[in-house]
Ligand binder design. Structure first.
Ligand SMILES: *Cc1c(COP(=O)(O)O)cnc(C)c1O
Length: 355
């Protein structure tokens, strides 16, 4: 290992990279990590100096608050490489701001831009070779923060760790997705933590999603917890419905995460002249639209898959198949958005940021 120090970040490099051992053509999403990670601890009321160091396990006290009370938040982003070897991020400030919103909600300290944005860029420069060119290849970025202070007293920790790990990924394809509309379980509630990217939102989804799997569905469309009449999110993605040629998606709320993909698709669709109606979407109207044939598409939207078309949905005892279209609005918007991300189309919105 060699150690060199910039004024802002300590850098400890691995003595030899493991990149040669990686089969980049056969990657399972989120299972391989690069040589280095960024780590920054919060103690005595302040963030310490961030360090980029070899990817390795943490040693934590068994009483660390994250293990007992789940003070844990994360983000999901991607880096893209163009044909001329430049590396780009997509709307990274959105992720930075959202992490801090999640931090406030979970009673955790906000990170600085120097740590999140500058630290991430520095890490990406070191891991440049892990980002492969060509559409579909990306480096998935997972920033996260956990409570590392010890003691099982149920109160917020005084010590935290912010960390960024990187995972090379191929285009995410989930196969045919059939969904179940939730009529009992909920992902989030008014006044709850659904709008935060909190670890607990995910663990709470695993069991109902497993039940849905056992019944032959890949995902759940979550409905509002109070009445189960409004369609809110699809698995861990925002969700869009196309009725005739209009797109509908719910407004963000305490129960709905403010997805970067969601808001980018809304802007992009509007630019394309598509009418986008952001308002509560009722289960009843989607069932009705499926029956009268005006429901054309349903798709999830999120960083990992970008757009995830749904082939059919079940509500209570009725299953509805969506039509097979020659021209999918979902796939067209996906193509346009990924072209911006890979710098293959002009970025008229100013969303892309060079590393
Ligand atoms: C991360 C996430 C999304 C998608 O957000 P993006 O910023 O588009 O990746 C949507 N819903 C939930 C619940 C999420 O956790």
């Amino acid at each position: 290992m060699s150690k060199d120090t910039t004024t802002e970040i300590d850098i400890i490099r691995v003595s030899s990279s493991k990149i040669e051992q990686i089969d980049f053509d056969n990657l399972t999403f989120g299972s391989v990590f690069t040589d280095h990670m960024l780590v920054c601890d919060y103690r005595n009321g302040a963030w310490e100096k961030p360090v980029i160091k070899p990817y390795e396990p943490f040693t934590l006290d068994p009483s660390a608050k994250v293990f007992h009370y789940g003070q844990a938040i994360f983000e999901g982003m991607k880096a893209y490489k163009t044909e001329d070897d430049s590396v780009w991020l997509f709307r990274p400030e959105e992720n930075y701001e959202r992490l801090n919103k999640s931090a406030v909600r979970m009673c955790m300290p906000e990170v600085t831009k120097e740590i999140f944005i500058d630290g991430l860029k520095e890490l990406l420069k070191i891991e440049k070779d892990w980002i492969k060119k060509g559409k579909g290849n990306t480096l998935y970025i997972r920033p996260f923060m956990i409570a590392i202070g010890s003691g099982v007293i149920a109160q917020p920790s005084t010590q935290y760790r912010f960390c960024v790990i990187l995972s090379p990924a191929k285009a995410y394809y989930s196969g045919e997705v059939k969904v179940l509309i939730a009529d009992y379980y909920s992902r989030a509630a008014n006044g709850g933590i659904g709008a935060a990217k909190a670890a607990g939102n995910y663990s709470g989804q695993f069991y109902p999603t497993q039940l849905a799997h056992n019944a032959g569905f890949q995902q759940i469309i979550w409905t509002d917890d109070a009445t189960h009449t409004k369609l809110e999110e699809c698995g861990t993605m925002n969700v869009f419905f196309r009725i005739n040629d209009t797109l509908y998606t719910a407004p963000t709320s305490d129960r709905i995460l403010d997805g970067v993909t969601r808001k980018s698709l809304i802007d992009l669709a509007k630019r394309e002249g598509i009418t986008v109606d952001v308002r509560p979407v009722l289960v009843d109207e989607i069932v009705q639209a499926a029956k009268d044939g005006s429901l054309k598409e349903i798709f999830g939207a999120g960083t990992a898959a970008v757009v995830n078309p749904i082939v059919g949905f079940q509500f209570k005892d009725e299953y509805f198949e969506l039509p097979k279209l020659e021209k999918s609005m979902a796939l067209d918007l996906k193509e346009k958005l990924t072209n911006i991300q890979y710098k293959l189309a002009e970025d008229t919105f100013g969303w892309t940021v060079e590393v």
